[in-house]
Every structure is written in C-alpha cells, then in structure tokens.
Write a protein that binds this ligand. Structure first.
Ligand code: 2HG
Ligand code: ZN
Length: 469
C-alpha cells in the first residue's frame, strides 16, 4: 500500500517562507522541474516545493514540521546520482543542501577536514591538497557531485582499489533526524569501539534515515607523484584477468579502470579527445600508480608491462605529460554522460569478487543476447565493479519496460551467485529496489525496515527508496 502524504497548501508554504525567506522557497514550475531530475535514466518527479536551508537548525525546523504534518521530504545533493535517490517520488518537499557549502576546518595536525555536505567533491580535494593532504574518493562526477551525496550513496570512484570508498574516510557526522533532533554520531578519532556504529549506518543510507549537515573526514598525506598507462586488448575479458595477475604480483595501482571499445569511442567523440586505437582493440585498461618515489613507480611499471604482455595485451601507452594523463582520464570519466547522449539506457552497478569479473562480463553479454539487448560496459576492474549500461537502441517500449527487466534480474542473480551484489557504489534508490530480493531474504529486509522505522516512524524521509513496494 502506498503511503498517503499531506499535499502542501498555502499555510505550509507560508511556514517555509517565514522560516527561510522567500528566495529560499522555490515554487516556480521551471525551477521545480530542475529538482525533479537527477542523472538516472530520463525520470522526472516534480516536487511541490524546493527548500534551500542554510544550516542544521533550519533543517531541524523543516523536518520537525514535515514530520508533524506528514509531508514527504526528499533530501538532495547535486543531483548526479544514478539510482534515483534524489527524486521526489511523492512530490512534497525537495530539501536541497546546496547552501550548506562551506569547508569548516582543515586540521593539519590530525589529518582531518570538517565540511558541510553541499561542498563539491573536487573543491574539497583541492582545498586539502593545497595543504599537502589527500582525500582519495573521487567519483567520475567529482567536478559536480557533493560530498553529502557521496556520503548518502557511499560513493567509490577509480581510487577505491588502493584507497577504499567514502565510508573508509568518515569519522563523525552531524545529522538531523526526521523528528528534528540534531546529533553527532561518533567522535573525531581514528579508532572507535563505543556502542553501535551510527556513523557507518548513516553512510550509504541514501537519505532515508537522516539529513547529514556536517561531516568529519579522515585525510592522508598527498602522494608526490603518479604514472598513468593505457593498455589495449583484442578481446573483452583479458584486461580483467590481467588485473588479478597484477594485484597478485604485489602491485597495488591507485586505479585499474576498464572500458570496452564502444565506451572508449563514444567518450572520445563526446569529450572531443582523439586517441589512436588499434583496429582490433576490443577493450582497454587504465592503470595508475602513485607514490612518493618516481623510480619505484617506474620499476613497477616495467613489471606491469611484463604481466600485460603475458596476458594478451596489444599495446601499452605511457602518458608522459600531465595533459596526456588528463586526456585519458577525461575519456574514462565522461563514459556515463557519453552513453547517456548516445541512447536511452539503464545503468546497472554490478559488483563481484574481482577474480570473477571475467565470468560476469561474459554472462552479461550472453544474457544480453538471450533477451535481445546490447550493453556497453566500463568500470572499476580492480574492485570487481562493472557498470553495465543497457541500451534501449531499437527496442520497443514493451521490450524496454518488461523483457529487459528479466535480463537485469538474471544479471543480478549471476552477481549474487558469484559472491557479489547488485550495487557497488550507486545505491539502490528507486531503480534497483525491485531487485533487492535477489540479494536479501525477507528476514534481512524486515530487519532493515525495522531500522528505518526507528529513525523515521512516519516514513517522511526519502519515501519510496531502497525497499520494494
Ligand atoms: C563511473 O564510474 C561512475 O563512471 C559514475 O560510477 C558515477 O560519478 C558518478 O556520478
Ligand atoms: Zn563508477
């Protein structure tokens, strides 16, 4: 049964205007439409109002009021998400965190940064780098996505293979609960065995348990140098085999990114970058090494050459300037946008233990052939995290809306059988919730729903996400 939420009326809008000021309450249709989309497929869910609070106490007042009035509230970062997490399914309020956009303190002694959620990932990274510090998680959309969205989805990115994902850097959160209560979840320390770990429960909870208003992140020292190689292969799976060999040889690259040919070509065209590709190239692997000693990296690079050669590599290019590295990275980072520009598509964020990646890749293609769809794959080979982009192409609406879903289910069942799961870094949100039963039984889903009930008994916060209808 769908929950019934209160529709907003004049009194509600007046309350919001008195609290936030007119300019922070958006009711204009065109503006509301902008907040009704994210990067997920071509969905549009228009909210009844968009609120732009500036601090935790305003967010507390909004949530307290909406909780009492049973108004649906959908928190939103930059709207770059790929699982529909920021879409206001039931209308109501979109609560944008864009005005909580300050880096509050960089603690150079303790290697920590305290920031608000509306800061862009790359701005934070650059601010700490200016002090010789390093915040590794760098999703492809780092130039526009917010730290708050990264926290909500537990985002990864290319550096995860060496440095881990967002959750590995979160020490403490200030969060506003649906009843308006403001609290810190942990402590600004590197070790903590004090009670349940509310901090990590909130990370990756997709804005369904509370609104994060501040975060304390752990930092590292900035590596002094890096190397980038592009290896091309004449088939689809050899790069994934090479990845395992390379890691087994004791080398831990700071990125191991996979792209199949179509992804490379479409991204080159979309980004206006030209690379020389061999005629028989079917896939590429980007390999980045980082560290403090260039000579050590060069030695590892030679070792990598040997491993690649032994694993059906056609050619290796070593990017020798910053501009060349940037060009290669641009092609990889823009994949999602390039595919989006090419065709309507559904994005599946599959993840398996990395040794199983060749098996997954082959199964994805077989399942595509069985159900009649084409896919373009790219992703984080070092993490076993493959983004499977299923293209609408020539498929009719019936096939797109129904048949393809059976294929997606089969892909997810394959992930599960291989010891993996249905999202590595994009979240369940709206688009994957109907497949949650592939990886969780009803006892597990009930346990999670129970947690949601404790935090949000009236179900006002980001309704319609994660759990199947
Ligand atoms: C990718 O690997 C990303 O291309 C896209 O997962 C997600 O950064 C993003 O928004
Ligand atoms: Zn990714």
């Amino acid at each position: 049964m769908k929950p019934a939420y209160t529709k907003l009326n004049h009194d509600h809008l007046q309350f919001f205007t008195a609290l936030l000021g007119e300019s922070n309450v958006l009711v204009n249709e065109e503006e509301k439409q902008k907040y009704g989309r994210d990067y997920t497929e071509d969905f549009l869910f228009v909210p009844e109002v968009v609120l732009l609070p500036q601090n935790a106490s305003e967010i507390s007042e909004i949530l307290k009021y909406c909780n009492n009035q049973r108004v649906a509230v959908t928190p939103r970062g930059a709207g770059t998400g790929l699982s529909g997490g920021a879409l206001p399914l039931y209308g109501g309020v979109v609560l944008s965190t864009e005005k909580l956009n300050h880096i509050l303190a960089i603690d150079e002694d303790n290697f920590q940064v305290t920031t608000e959620p509306g800061v862009i990932n790359d701005e934070l990274r650059r601010a700490v780098e200016a002090k010789g510090l390093f915040y590794p998680p760098d999703p492809a959309s780092k130039g526009s996505c917010f730290i708050g969205g990264n926290l909500a989805e537990n985002s990864g990115g290319p550096k995860a293979v060496k440095y881990g994902v967002t959750k590995d850097y979160v020490l403490n959160l200030e969060v506003v609960l649906p009843n308006g209560e403001i609290m810190w979840t942990g402590a600004n320390v590197l070790k903590n065995s004090t009670g349940y770990n509310l901090t990590q429960l909130l990370v990756g909870s997709e804005g369904t348990l509370g609104v994060i208003t501040k975060v304390v992140l752990k930092l590292l020292g900035k590596p002094k140098t890096d190397l980038l190689m592009m290896a091309s292969f004449g088939d689809l799976v050899s790069p994934c085999v090479a990845v395992s060999r390379l890691l087994n040889a004791g080398i831990t690259p700071s990125a191991l990114e996979y792209m199949e040919r179509n992804a490379v070509e479409w991204s080159m065209r979309y980004a206006d970058v030209s690379l020389e590709l061999e005629n028989d190239m079917q896939s590429i692997l980007l390999i980045e090494l980082d560290g403090n000693d260039g000579e050590i990296l060069m030695r590892e690079c030679e070792q990598i050459y040997e491993i690649l050669e032994a694993n059906k590599c056609l050619n290796v290019l070593l990017a020798d300037t910053a501009a060349e590295k940037e060009r290669l990275w641009k092609v990889r980072r823009i994949c999602g946008e390039a595919v989006h520009a090419h065709s309507v598509y559904k994005e599946e964020d599959t993840v398996v233990p990395r040794f199983q990646l060749p098996v997954l890749l082959q199964k994805v293609k077989e399942i595509g052939a069985k159900y009649g769809f084409e896919s373009v794959c790219y992703g984080h080979a070092g993490d076993g995290n493959l983004h499977v982009n299923i293209l609408k192409g020539e498929l009719d609406d019936e096939a797109w809306n129904h048949t393809v879903k059976h294929g997606i289910r089969e892909i997810f069942e394959t992930c599960h059988q291989l010891g993996g799961t249905i999202s590595g870094e994009h979240g369940i949100g709206l688009v994957q919730k109907e497949y949650l039963d592939v990886v969780f039984n009803s006892a597990q889903i009930q346990l999670m729903k129970g947690i949601k009930q404790v935090f949000d008994p009236h179900g006002i916060l980001n309704p319609g996400k994660i759990f199947p209808d």
